[in-house]
Design a protein around this ligand. Sequence first.
Ligand SMILES: [Zn+2]
Length: 144
Amino acid sequence: MTEHCPPPPPPAFAPTPDPLTPSRDVTHAHFEAGDQIVVLKGIAGGELWGDAMRVVAPSWHTPTDEDGWRLRDATGGAQTYITGHPRYLVHLSRRCPDCLIHLRAMEDHLLPKYAGQDALIDCGWYTTTALGQLVHIADIRRGQ
Ligand SMILES: [Zn+2]
């Protein structure tokens, strides 16, 4: 996995389906304040790539109408604090079998599609609303 620090040039945008994240079964209680997590966004140099963030506090995730988590993105600029759904988050701070299984599944799903490419690729799964809510593309469709 590659964390971007300092921020890389803007990634190439290559829409790719992500059927795995929306079907993840992760409870709100799986995370707690202080956890280091990553929100996977694409691939870079043949590895999964995403935004590393810290879990701050419970927060309502309005796009799904479910319990979410307030996240702090140290490189987020104007959007330093955003709210995400638990299923968007993958643990970095501790060895977590559940999150590791998801990481491996994402690798198996994505890496073969971009074999041999070194570019940073944003697969376009997430947007952030004006109210600081991180939304997976599957949840936008679901919520309309
Ligand atoms: Zn975990």
